[in-house]
Design a protein around this ligand. Structure first.
Ligand code: C2E
Ligand code: MG
Ligand code: MG
Length: 572
């Protein structure tokens, strides 16, 4: 069981209308021979006391309460505290000169007594020590307040303690550390919950062992949820040895199961509350998810800037929509089996022309807005622009260029999506072949059934569906055969090294074979060089999108490509 060490000062509220009595208790606590340290705050009556209790509710370790006071007496304070659960973790010792008041005070929830004037300071200290210790132990031992598997503090109680330490030791540097087990759900699923629990227990025990050592590595620890551990400890120069030791511990559990842990650290920052420190430690920890080579990350200035940047983007979204700061660029897709290659379609790609940050890439804001559903507002705008652009080109050149739009993984949960696309087609006098829909492969991992339903509906209406970023994530052949798609967009990483690396080229051939087998056309993305183009053409790839042909362009610049295609069409 985790021990709460009395290594940091406890905050004690002394309530008495007589200054001399308040001073007497403070002096007694200061002189105590048990080695305990206390920080005392004072109130002159019950009303002031309640104000201070509320202000310090999470840090307060004890109230020493006089009973007879003006304005509001001690009984009334006790009564209020006994009625409200939020005060139940704060013990109260009553000070009185009147023996007859004892019973009433006890009935109202007082924990102990000090008899004014007659109790020696040692007795006062012993009582305060005992009651605080009892309360803290009781709290830890309550099921909800300690973790039954590891014996470490529960999340809530951990923060009660961390806050106390923070407030009472403002100038002692304490770091926040988060430890996480990679793929813990898989470890559980494959080896059984019993094994999973054992991993948690061993890790928890090792963390506690480190904290209990006498070399100044003082602190408290908790298991937050599932496989996430939190440690609040005296600031350390280097956390690598600690991570190393914890990794060795989990390595020793089983010779056959490989377990990897990662660690995020937020170093002490003057005045920053524990809850914020831990948010940042967690952010650091999630950045090294899956990074088995470098599993330790200390929250740094760059991460802070990134978080601030993200926050700015979130705040600025509405203004950006109002002020039309979003722009739609178009990147061509060429049929490379023709000679010369012919323009077949384009992809609409969003850009944010931010008044302060300049052109912001979708890589910066799409994942951010996907996290909170805001992306559908942006997507809706992009689709509208793309539809209007197709109609504009058709009217100007008497030539219809199909444009594909990206559907975000958040969009697949939106039941209005198909109707919105249908309206768009109808409102702009287009046909369903003019707009194509790109669905990212990674959405499959979120909800395969929803994705399947959506793709079916889109195709029933007559839209073509392209599977974007194929091969970038969790896709499986099983997924491919179950998804009724038309086109497979091969992720850029397949193409990048095909000139230099034979294995990569072989992989491209495998993808092309599978696509042929499933009757799917293939778009190779990220083609930048002539050599890559030639290899893809020889391998039988149909369509190519990439800087070799063109970067994504604003609508008016893209017109040159259309004009060229219209010229070639006339020649045919
Ligand atoms: P994506 O849909 O796979 O789009 C292709 C990305 O590859 C584009 O990046 C494009 O500029 C880039 N690219 C094209 N050819 C080359 C090349 O030859 N070399 C290299 N290195 N890159 C190339 P972009 O525009 O930054 O978009 C990134 C991602 O953001 C897109 O990947 C897509 O997932 C997302 N996105 C873009 N626009 C939208 C949108 O309107 N809605 C949604 N939901 N997502 C969008
Ligand atoms: Mg795309
Ligand atoms: Mg793509």
């Amino acid at each position: 069981m985790n021990q709460v060490q009395q290594e940091y000062p406890r905050l004690v509220l002394i309530v008495d209308d007589q200054e001399i009595n308040r001073d007497a208790v403070e002096i007694a606590l200061e002189m105590n021979r048990l080695g305990d340290k206390y920080i005392c705050i004072f109130a002159e009556n019950g009303k002031e006391a309640l104000e201070l209790i509320n202000e310090h509710i999470s840090e307060l370790s004890m109230v020493i309460l006089d009973l007879m006071m003006p304005v509001m007496n001690g009984f009334e304070v006790l009564e209020i505290m006994s009625r409200d659960r939020q005060y139940r973790h704060i013990p109260v010792i009553v000070m009185t000169a009147d023996d007859t008041a004892e019973l009433k005070a006890l009935e109202l929830g007082a924990d102990d007594f000090i008899t004014k004037a007659s109790d020696a300071s040692d007795i006062i200290c012993a009582r305060v020590h005992r009651i605080i210790e009892l309360y803290e132990r009781k709290q830890i031992m309550t099921d909800t307040e300690s973790d039954p598997i590891t014996g470490l503090l529960s999340r809530n109680y951990f923060f009660v303690h961390a806050n106390r330490m923070f407030h009472s030791k403002q100038d002692t540097p304490m770091d926040a550390v988060v430890v996480n087990i990679e793929q813990f759900h898989t470890i559980n699923a494959v080896n059984g919950r019993g094994f999973g629990d054992r991993v948690l227990r061993e890790l928890g025990t090792e963390i506690q062992a480190i904290l209990s050592e006498k070399d100044g590595f003082m602190g408290i620890a908790s298991r937050f949820d599932a496989d996430r551990f939190a440690i609040f400890c005296l600031s350390q120069e280097d956390y690598a040895p600690i991570l190393d030791r914890l990794q060795k511990k989990v390595d020793s559990i089983s010779p056959t199961v490989s377990i990897h842990i990662r660690m995020g650290v937020k170093k002490f920052q003057q005045g920053m509350e524990p809850i914020i420190l831990f948010d940042q430690a967690r952010a650091a920890c999630s950045l090294v998810r899956g990074n088995y080579q470098a599993p330790l990350m200390v929250y740094n200035e760059e991460m802070r800037r990134k978080e601030e940047f993200n926050q700015r983007l979130l705040n600025d979204l509405n203004t950006a929509l109002e002020e039309k700061q979003f722009l739609v660029y178009y990147q061509p897709k060429f049929d490379i089996q023709c000679n010369p290659p012919r323009l077949k379609s384009a992809e609409a790609l969003v850009r944010w022309k931010h008044p302060e940050f300049g052109l912001v890439s979708p890589g910066d804001f799409v994942p951010l807005f996907e996290g909170n559903g805001l992306i559908s507002v942006v997507d809706n705008f992009v689709w509208g622009e793309a539809a209007r652009q197709i109609a504009k080109w058709r009217d100007r050149y008497d030539f219809t260029l199909p444009v594909s739009v990206n559907l975000s993984r958040a969009d697949i949960f939106d039941p209005t999506i198909v109707d919105r696309l249908i309206h768009l087609v109808e409102d702009n006098g287009l046909s369903f072949q003019d707009i194509k829909v790109e669905v990212t492969e990674s959405a499959y991992a979120d909800d395969a059934q929803k994705m399947l339903d959506l793709i079916r509906k889109l195709r029933e209406v007559g839209f073509e569906v392209e599977m974007d970023d194929f091969g970038s994530g969790y896709s499986s052949l099983n997924m491919l055969s179950s998804m009724p798609i038309d086109v497979l967009k091969m992720d850029m990483k397949f193409v990048r090294n095909i000139e230099e690396n034979e294995t990569d080229m072989r992989l491209v051939n495998v993808v092309l074979d599978i696509a042929r087998y499933l009757n799917l056309r293939v778009v190779a993305e990220g083609v930048e060089k002539e050599g890559q183009l030639k290899l893809l053409k020889d391998a039988g790839c149909d369509l190519v999108q990439g800087y070799f042909f063109s970067r994504p362009l604003p609508g008016d610049e893209f017109e040159k490509l259309i004009e060229n295609e219209v010229r070639l069409n006339r020649k045919d």
